[in-house]
Ligand binder design. Structure first.
Ligand SMILES: Nc1nc2c(c(=O)[nH]1)N[C@H]1C(S)=C(S)[C@@H](COP(=O)(O)O)O[C@H]1N2
Ligand SMILES: [Mo]
Length: 246
């Protein structure tokens, strides 16, 4: 699919009574999580936190595997990928475009970071380990060309996208993550490979990562076209005053 098409219809078309883009554009950020929730609850995947989102008692937080996280997806289902069929494509303004398999990524040096995770809707999970390959390493391997200024991320859910400036993408605390909470990244958390942008709100950490495209300019991602800040530093964006995560 062309990632620039209005992909928000995907997984959203069924049963959405009014144009969500229009609504989100006129509402405060606080409403975003609430409006996003039905997309999750319609999901055909049985995301555990889908239940905890609906649970006013908070008791489902005690279930194993919740860990304070909410599982988010903007599509109603996501294909499963594993070591046999996962591919990560690196292209755009690079000298050496290429494709990585999961074993390829596992064979590269791994970096482990332990930081807080902060969602822009308010929930925070302290001290969460992420482990993977520094994005800067993949960019260096590809050879970023003159004139490049940003990186665009695409996902095999077929809908989500994200972006960083090249300068942000080269930070040492931005990972192509293979592990989360000291386990392989689960399907529900965006596995086998997700982005992890430690100092920014968690929406920057694109799940089910399938494409890294070096571009001239920043192309706002899925939620950014719906009102979230492109520069998403925790505590310094989106009108929120959270403590930094790193
Ligand atoms: N592909 C994809 N990536 C995504 C999202 C999504 O809906 N789809 N949601 C984002 C948001 S808003 C958050 S808070 C985190 C949630 O990650 P989790 O489901 O592992 O808790 O993923 C981010 N990355
Ligand atoms: Mo989020």
């Amino acid at each position: 699919m062309n990632p620039e098409q209005p992909e928000d219809e995907q997984g959203e078309g069924k049963g959405t009574p009014i144009g969500r883009r229009v609504l989100l554009g006129t509402l405060g950020l606080g409403a975003l999580g609430v409006l996003a929730a039905p997309a999750l609850q319609r999901g055909t995947e049985s995301f555990l936190a889908g239940a905890s989102d609906k649970d006013p008692t908070g008791l489902t937080d005690l279930l194993p595997n919740g860990g304070g996280f909410r599982y988010y997806s903007v599509t109603s289902s996501v294909p499963r990928k594993d070591a046999a069929d996962y591919r990560l494509k690196v292209d755009g303004l690079v000298a050496r475009p290429g494709t990585y398999t999961l074993p390829d990524l596992r064979a590269l040096p791994q970096t482990r970071l332990v930081r807080d995770v902060q969602c822009v809707t308010g929930w925070r999970v302290p001290g969460t380990p992420f482990e993977g390959v520094r994005l800067s390493r993949l960019l260096d391997a590809a050879g970023v060309r003159e004139g490049a200024g940003a990186v665009r991320f695409t996902c095999f859910d077929g809908a989500y996208s994200e972006s960083l400036t090249l300068r942000q993408a080269r930070r040492a605390d931005v990972l192509v993550a293979l592990r989360m909470q000291d386990k392989d990244v689960s399907h529900a958390h965006g596995g086998p490979v997700r982005l992890y942008v430690a100092p920014m709100y968690f929406y920057k950490s694109a799940k089910w990562l399938s494409g890294i495209t070096v571009t001239e300019d920043v192309r706002p991602g899925y939620w950014e076209r719906r009102g979230y800040d492109v520069d998403a530093w925790v505590g310094r964006s989106n009108g929120r005053g959270d403590a930094p995560t790193s």
